[in-house]
Write a protein that binds this ligand. Structure first.
Ligand SMILES: Nc1ncnc2c1ncn2[C@@H]1O[C@H](COP(=O)(O)OP(=O)(O)OP(=O)(O)O)[C@@H](O)[C@H]1O
Length: 244
């Protein structure tokens, strides 16, 4: 059943006395793009950390493809098909673009030539072929985001968690980045969960949304429906007006 793709069930994460997430439940269908919305401190990053395995739940479960992954290591989750990009991208600056992707390749035991060939397909997919041999440190922010997507692709993900994909990217480069993300879904059938502050981008990209505040789910549903919710409008109003 589609709802078995990813389900978060009564998830609670506490840091000492601080509840970053409280009893959070929602499900994600395969092939959809879902936005995680919320003001600063709402728990969005903690939710990504809990799904990718960087933090352990205090209570509750996360199921991926029907299996409880709550206590699995980050690398075992990555192996099951969960990949994540970070708000601040961290490529190996001294390595070339293609070497950065080769390092991330999930193919164990492949020859260097095979790894390079496979990495080249991901570098090409994200539009960085012309930069393939350049050191990653010379890339612009937008190009670094693309490299991160190529590195994520190298792990053969079925679920991709994107953290602030347009953060720090110059405005003219955003449409191409968004069309690349749409292609991840359409051509590679990757299910996407995105944290992003730009409402215009979210309305363009996401089918569904989960709005968190102070660690709790306030509303879930279709992206447009959630964007119209009073609490969401009051936080993202500037962006909604800018999109009008
Ligand atoms: N490692 C930690 N130790 C203690 N408290 C933490 C830790 N990580 C997060 N928190 C707290 O948990 C709450 C949720 O934080 P989180 O970073 O998940 O929110 P967020 O929605 O991603 O915020 P932002 O939009 O500012 O990135 C905040 O009150 C934060 O201070």
């Amino acid at each position: 059943m589609a709802a078995d793709f990813l389900s978060v069930e009564r998830l609670t994460v506490a840091f000492g006395g601080v509840f970053a997430l409280k009893d959070v439940s929602f499900a994600i269908d395969e092939g959809r793009t879902t936005a995680i919305l919320g003001p600063n401190g709402a728990g969005k990053t903690t939710l990504f950390n809990a799904i990718s395995g960087a933090v352990r739940p205090t209570a509750g479960k996360i199921r991926f493809l029907g299996e409880d992954i709550s206590t699995k290591s980050p690398s075992s989750r990555c192996h099951s098909g969960i990949a994540r990009t970070f708000q601040i991208t961290q490529p190996f600056g001294g390595l070339s673009v293609i070497e950065n992707v080769m390092v991330a390749l999930a193919t164990k035991g492949a020859s260097m030539a095979d790894a390079r060939r496979e990495a080249a397909t991901y570098v090409d997919f994200v539009g960085l072929t012309a930069k393939a041999e350049d050191p990653a440190r010379v890339l612009s922010t937008g190009q670094r985001k693309r490299l991160e997507l190529a590195r994520a692709l190298a792990t053969h993900p079925r679920l991709l968690l994107l953290d602030e994909v347009t953060g720090g990217v110059d405005r003219p480069s955003i449409p191409e980045l968004l069309s690349l993300i749409r292609r991840l879904r359409e051509e590679r059938r990757i299910t996407i969960v995105v944290v992003e502050h730009n409402m215009e981008v979210l309305l363009d990209l996401a089918d569904d949304a989960v709005f968190l505040n102070r660690g709790e789910v306030v509303v879930t549903g279709g992206m447009e429906e959630v964007a119209g919710h009073e609490a969401v409008r009051s936080i993202y109003l500037g962006d909604i007006d800018a999109a009008a």
